[in-house]
Design a protein around this ligand. Structure first.
Ligand SMILES: Nc1nc2c(ncn2[C@@H]2O[C@H](COP(=O)(O)OP(=O)(O)OP(=O)(O)O)[C@@H](O)[C@H]2O)c(=O)[nH]1
Ligand SMILES: [Mg+2]
Length: 275
């Protein structure tokens, strides 16, 4: 079944800002940031304008939603390079094919958010990621990064939601803008990389931003050949330490044969903090 947009059509960048205090009371710190337009062409103004927009996005996408609904489910965003196996891992964790995986890059076009049916109300409205149009039903070729596909599954416990994100580094430029927005909205960023891709530059730029924002990060080192496990995991752990992410847990997953449904076999992983 094809999904149809349920609400809104604004892309990740062109949504109306909120910047309101909970309950809509008067001007706020966020309002003050929004009002500071930085009009003077002084040195560094371009970078400061970017910082201002990113700060407002994080207030809209994370701080204000969390403040107004402290009981809302935790949002775990699964992000990383195209082809790293994000959708495959999400399907394997959920135990059902909820997001399409594939050999063409990139495969995931719209974000897929899987939640328990009892938590639907937290995601159906614009509380989080207000710029993404809600969809239901199966993915289609028309899916795009400005959309969020909602999937209810009893295999996810209440209080937790998984978001399978489009990649952060393919030729689809809109995906990179979206990645920053999703990162800002995440309670936990589950960063997926592989034994062959873990030193790519683009992900490390985003990991750096995550450190600066204080976002919780866990790392999945996916598709590791059994004989390279110790060496690769130690090298990745060293890189995470250097980036200030030494406390982030690393889950290394052995390369494996997928089931007919395209899922990993029951978990054979090992987790440990990088440091
Ligand atoms: N053999 C094997 N193949 C895998 C594994 N994980 C992923 N693949 C394959 O790798 C390809 C890419 O996997 P996806 O899950 O689509 O990757 P993705 O990270 O979601 O990619 P994008 O949506 O483009 O960002 C698919 O053909 C998967 O079947 C694995 O553990 N073992
Ligand atoms: Mg995918």
């Amino acid at each position: 079944m094809c999904g149809a947009p349920a609400t809104g059509n604004a892309g990740p960048r062109d949504r109306p800002p909120r910047h309101c205090a909970p309950g809509g009371r008067g001007p706020t710190a966020a309002g003050a940031v929004a009002a500071s337009s930085l009009p003077l062409p002084v040195e560094q103004v371009a970078a400061e304008r970017t910082n201002r927009v990113e700060l407002l996005n994080q207030l809209d996408d994370y701080v204000l939603p969390r403040l107004t609904s402290i009981d809302a489910p935790l949002l775990c965003v699964v992000g990383g390079s195209t082809g790293a196996g994000k959708s495959t891992l999400v399907n394997s964790l959920v135990g059902d094919v909820v997001s399409r995986s594939g050999v063409l890059r990139p495969t995931t076009r719209a974000s897929v958010l899987i939640h328990n049916p009892d938590d639907t109300r937290w995601f159906a409205d614009q509380r989080v990621l207000p710029g993404l149009a809600r969809l239901t039903g199966a993915p289609t070729q028309q899916d795009d990064p400005g959309q969020l596909r909602l999937v209810a599954s009893r295999n996810i416990p209440p209080g937790l939601a998984l978001l399978d994100a489009p990649d952060i580094d393919s030729v689809v430029e809109a995906n990179r803008d979206l990645a920053r927005q999703l990162l800002a909205a995440a309670d936990l960023w589950l960063f997926v990389t592989t034994a062959t891709r873990y030193a790519d530059a683009v992900p490390w730029g985003l990991l750096q931003q995550a450190t600066e924002r204080g976002t919780s990060v866990a790392v999945v080192l996916n598709r590791v050949p059994v004989d390279a496990m110790e060496e690769v995991r130690a090298d990745l752990a060293g890189m995470l330490m250097q980036q200030g992410l030494g406390q982030s847990p690393v889950f290394a997953v052995l390369e494996s044969r997928l089931s007919e449904q395209g899922c990993c076999p029951p978990v054979r992983s090992s987790g440990c903090a990088a440091g």
